[in-house]
Design a protein around this ligand. Structure first.
Ligand SMILES: Cc1cc2nc3c(=O)[nH]c(=O)nc-3n(C[C@H](O)[C@H](O)[C@H](O)COP(=O)(O)OP(=O)(O)OC[C@H]3O[C@@H](n4cnc5c(N)ncnc54)[C@H](O)[C@@H]3O)c2cc1C
Length: 460
């Protein structure tokens, strides 16, 4: 049987390994740590459940849902509580509901009259039709103005990427905005065009031509995000090797590869490299040096996620919603907080609330240097200002990420196309992972499944 080695057992490598196994291939997944999951890590303690890494995923990830069905996890799936749709931004000493539609945008106190007028005039702004990439900040400033950048977009980017919109590639991170302007001339024009497109698709669906658009709920599992990765690990069983760092990948003259791990050399007809960019770069140095140079240079920001529990009566705000984000210069250091016990059931013991608080990221790199005590003390002050938390927290866990999420630089998409070209003379070597084309777990799962299918085609 043809052998495939997968390097890395994060959600990308595990998913690839699973589908390779289901395709009837002889697969082995090598993981350098003693646990699987990579960034996916759940802590359960005394009735609390905290996520160190990803907190949730959207249920429109078709391949993620398919994987859940495959692994018989449907009954473990947890949809967001209905009360948790509201999102807030902390501005001028108050939490403001984030407007979700045009009506809300007109009423919101998050934007001045001038910014709202600027938003309405977006439809008349001339379009940049060049295919050149630019930073997310430059795009938003150009089309929507500084206030929208500072009060809405920057906090949102801090929340999703822990990043700085001045440095993030528009095309790599928010390709939908790039496409709306290039294809339709602007956000509003593109939005309208898409709305009509969707209505037509729904009509077609009724007449049996196309599927209905899918609902979009946030999901997790009853026992947290690790449920998925651990179920794959169980399915892979003896095909999974833990504490097995891969140190070299060598190409054999007559095709195939030799993979070195912990003093052993294993031959395989194909290799799927599912390590993070810095790990993948080290293994690609001799095989694809230009790409190795680029992916080594992809920056990551340092971030801390702090899980906090408080008695309900210690929090003044009702905290019914997803959570809040805080723009810079608002007198709080934290980037924002997810209200875990409002978002999902069973995240805190009865009578308590649970929060995941984010601090650090690209706009505050020094925060990671704070000791645990200093960090918790800062967070207590900031939760006091934002949600009216008082008194001692019941629990506080600091999870540190020296390298949290890859920050796609301007021109990233083109550089990844270069990488794929450089890999062409290396048949049987495949790269996946969150540094390529999407950071969400849904992106990782989708890409890993697609790659497993490509590997199967390549080997047969
Ligand atoms: C704080 C945080 C919050 C996030 N929140 C969300 C969220 O809410 N929703 C969402 O969808 N996404 C979120 N993400 C993003 C998402 O979790 C990641 O992008 C995704 O889990 C990455 O998976 P991966 O398998 O590509 O990489 P990783 O998880 O980094 O896994 C790579 C694996 O490769 C192993 N490895 C490395 N080198 C070697 C080697 N030489 N030999 C063998 N093994 C090796 C590593 O040990 C690791 O286990 C978040 C990420 C972070 C850090």
């Amino acid at each position: 049987m043809k052998k495939v080695i997968v390097v890395g057992a994060g959600v990308s490598g595990l998913t690839a390994g699973y589908w390779l196994m289901r395709n009837g291939l002889d697969v082995e997944v090598f993981e350098k740590e003693e646990r699987v999951g990579g960034a996916v890590q759940t802590l359960r303690e005394n009735g609390y459940l905290f996520e160190k890494g990803p907190n949730s995923f959207l249920d429109n990830g078709v391949e993620t849902m398919e994987l859940c069905r495959e692994l018989h996890l449907e009954n473990e799936l947890l949809k967001q509580s209905t009360r948790s749709n509201a999102r807030y931004i902390y501005l001028n000493g108050e939490l403001h509901n984030v407007p979700m539609g045009p009506g809300g945008l007109i009423k919101t106190k998050l934007l001045s009259g001038k910014a709202k007028r600027g938003l309405l005039l977006e439809i008349f702004r001339s379009a940049n039709r060049s295919r050149e990439d630019e930073s997310l900040a430059s795009f938003v400033r150009r089309r929507l103005g500084d206030e929208i950048l500072n009060n809405l977009v920057t906090p949102f980017v801090s929340g999703v990427y822990a990043g700085d919109p001045e440095k993030l590639s528009l095309r790599g991170t928010f390709s939908i905005l790039y496409d709306l302007e290039r294809d339709h001339g602007g956000l509003m024009r593109g939005g309208i065009a898409r709305l009509f497109g969707r209505k037509k698709a729904a009509k077609d669906a009724k007449s049996g031509e196309e599927k209905k658009p899918r609902a979009r709920n946030l999901c997790s599992f009853v026992d947290g995000m690790e449920t998925n990765t651990q179920a794959i690990a169980r399915a892979l069983d003896h095909r999974l090797r833990l504490q097995a760092p891969v140190s070299h990948i060598r190409k054999m003259p007559d095709g195939g590869y030799v993979v070195d791990s912990a003093g052993e050399s294993i031959e395989a007809q194909a290799v799927v490299l599912a390590a993070p960019s810095y790990g993948a770069a080290a293994l690609l140095e001799a095989l694809a040096p230009k790409s190795a140079d680029y992916i080594k240079s992809i920056p990551y920001n340092a971030l801390a996620v702090v899980g906090m529990g408080y008695p309900r009566e210690s929090i003044q705000h009702e905290c019914n919603g997803f959570g809040f984000l805080s723009p810079r210069n608002q007198g709080v250091r934290i980037l924002g907080s997810i209200w875990n016990s409002s978002l999902f059931v069973r995240r805190a013991p009865g009578g308590y609330r649970s929060f995941s608080v984010f601090i650090g990221g690209g706009l505050d790199p020094a925060a990671i240097q704070l000791s645990d005590e200093e960090m918790i003390s800062q967070i207590r002050i900031d939760l006091g200002k934002t949600v009216g938390a008082s008194g001692e927290p019941d629990v506080a866990h600091v999870f540190r990420w020296e390298r949290a999420i890859p920050q796609y630089p301007i021109g990233h998409v083109e550089r990844i196309e270069d990488l794929r070209r450089e890999l062409e003379p290396l048949p049987g070597l495949f790269c996946i992972g969150n540094y390529l084309d999407g950071v969400s777990t849904n992106d990782c799962i989708r890409k890993a499944k697609k790659t497993a299918e490509e590997v199967a085609r390549f080997l047969t």
